[in-house]
Design a protein around this ligand. Structure first.
Ligand SMILES: NC(=O)c1ccc[n+]([C@@H]2O[C@H](COP(=O)([O-])OP(=O)(O)OC[C@H]3O[C@@H](n4cnc5c(N)ncnc54)[C@H](OP(=O)(O)O)[C@@H]3O)[C@@H](O)[C@H]2O)c1
Length: 457
């Protein structure tokens, strides 16, 4: 595919653009990965001109890309332009793509309610051949809406032109799951039900709502984190060895896992899921109000800020192994990791092997780290066991996740974006849980902000 000639950011004054997209562009420029002739055009309804947008961009970079020096920030911002307009007006979309000297990447950094009208508008616009559309999360709010959005996209654009974002796939530790699993004899034979007792995929955050009620109160932790990010991690942990690292074999292998995830019955949802929301508490020296007291939250909606679901992958490799997916806000500690707990060995020649705990392989994110907890003969008492940890702290990621994924969109490589069938399979897994929760199959628990949550991490 030809490298993009123009990036059009629809929603250029919003939080996502300021927090992630503009910093990503600055990091790409500093690393000399930004395509040389790429123009960047921001669009939103504010009646700004290019000068005002550049000032805004510089202030966002000072805040969210503080390690990019001032001169480099000025240089990249010098490539940004701005056009005010309402993106539901097809004439505005047409004007944004007009005159591009090659493929355009159109980034929908917009409220999700605008995805469908904007896709319809772009279908009728004069987008140059080879252009791409980047769609942010959430991709639909359930299976039907995701399928309709896919249909709408496919009516006008080939699948390879559609980039459904999941920035977790741009994280180096996430990509490292593949290297660890498929390039090491040390780990490859262990990666199955014979040796793995359980898998925990945990994304605990100390951040609370932070003013995002407008989006979050309609989504909740299951839709916001489990349906997309954590199921992606499950795919990488559980998939079979792909025939290569091309877009097709990798995404085929992920979809195969999603199809094998057993759908939960309402009774299983009651026993295998936990939903909860935070009550008032303290996180460090910060007092946090109860979720229902946060501005913009409607307590009657009963939105969960903590979701945990235990799933099983019905394959020979993973028969009977629980995969516990857990994510919550306003918890006492940040913990972002994938843990594989190995089964105990039988007939040890040592008295008390239980004292040192099981072997655990842990992949942590932010900071990126790989650890293996093992048992060794301790110093002093040669036949007693001591726990030991082998640990590798990975070098900081060269490019932030959004920069990695934007670069792929510029170059037309969808390998790290979500394919249409993946998005729908993820909803197929999560929908029975949402339906059973709506029907009251699991109580809505509470946990104090700053605590460990309603279950053990
Ligand atoms: N923020 C995050 O951390 C984050 C993380 C992951 C995914 N996302 C997703 O990213 C998308 C954007 O989120 P956000 O947090 O950036 O939202 P936001 O702060 O509300 O920004 C929305 C942007 O869209 C523009 N906009 C809204 N209606 C418009 C219209 N009719 N015509 C032109 N521009 C319009 C807004 O500007 P005007 O209203 O002034 O026109 C603003 O620039 C959402 O789909 C969200 O789910 C956000």
């Amino acid at each position: 595919m030809t490298t993009a000639a123009r990036l059009v950011i629809l929603g250029a004054t919003g939080d996502l653009t300021g927090r992630y997209l503009l910093p990503a562009l600055a990091h790409l420029a500093v690393a000399e990965h930004l395509p040389e002739r790429l123009e960047v055009l921001g669009v939103a309804r504010d009646d700004w001109d290019t000068g005002r947008f550049r000032e805004h961009a510089l202030s966002r970079l000072r805040r969210h890309a503080a390690n990019v020096d001032g001169a480099a920030a000025e240089r990249v911002v010098g490539r940004f332009g701005y056009r005010p307009g309402d993106v539901t007006d097809p004439a505005v979309l047409d004007a944004c793509v007009e005159g591009a000297g090659g493929p355009v990447v159109v980034y929908l950094a917009l409220p999700p309610s605008l995805f469908a009208p904007v896709v319809a508008g772009l279908a009728g616009s004069r987008l140059p051949t080879g252009s791409r559309i980047v769609v942010e999360k959430p991709f639909g709010t359930d299976l039907d809406s995701a399928a309709s959005l896919n249909d709408l996209l496919h009516r006008s654009f080939p699948e390879e032109a559609v980039f459904r974002m999941d920035h977790f796939l741009g994280k180096q530790t996430v990509q490292n799951v593949l290297g660890l699993r498929f390039a090491n004899r040390l780990f490859d034979p262990l990666w199955c039900a014979e040796h793995v007792e359980r898998v925990d995929i945990v994304w605990d955050e100390t951040v609370a709502l932070e003013g995002r009620a407008g989006y979050y109160d309609h989504a909740g932790a299951l839709r916001d984190m489990v349906q997309n990010h954590l199921l992606q991690l499950l795919c990488l942990v559980a998939m079979e060895r792909p025939s290569g690292l091309g877009e097709r074999p990798l995404r085929d292998a992920k979809v195969a896992v999603l199809r094998q995830v057993r759908r939960l019955t309402a009774d299983e949802v009651a026993g295998q899921s936990v939903r909860a929301r935070y009550a008032a508490g303290r996180i460090g020296d910060r007092a946090v109000p109860a979720y229902v007291q946060e501005p913009g939250v409607d307590g009657d909606r009963r939105t969960e800020t903590f979701a945990e679901v235990t799933l099983f992958v019905d394959s020979h490799r993973w028969r009977g192994v629980p995969f516990r997916l857990r994510s919550g806000k306003a918890l006492g500690m940040d913990s972002r990791e994938i843990r594989l707990q190995l089964r105990p060995l039988e007939r040890l020649p040592f008295g008390q092997p239980d004292e040192v705990g099981p072997n655990v392989i842990t992949l942590s994110m932010d900071p990126d780290r790989l650890a293996a907890d093992i048992a060794l003969n301790g110093a002093g008492e040669p036949f007693c066991l001591d726990p030991a940890r082998l640990e590798v702290v990975l070098a900081p990621q060269e490019l932030p996740a959004y920069a990695r994924l934007l670069l792929d969109a510029f170059e037309g490589d969808p390998i790290l974006s979500i394919r249409a069938d993946e998005a729908e399979e993820c909803w197929r897994i999560v929908e029975p849980v949402l339906a059973a929760w709506d029907a009251g199959a699991a109580p809505l628990l509470e946990y104090p902000a700053g605590s460990g949550g309603p279950t053990a991490g």
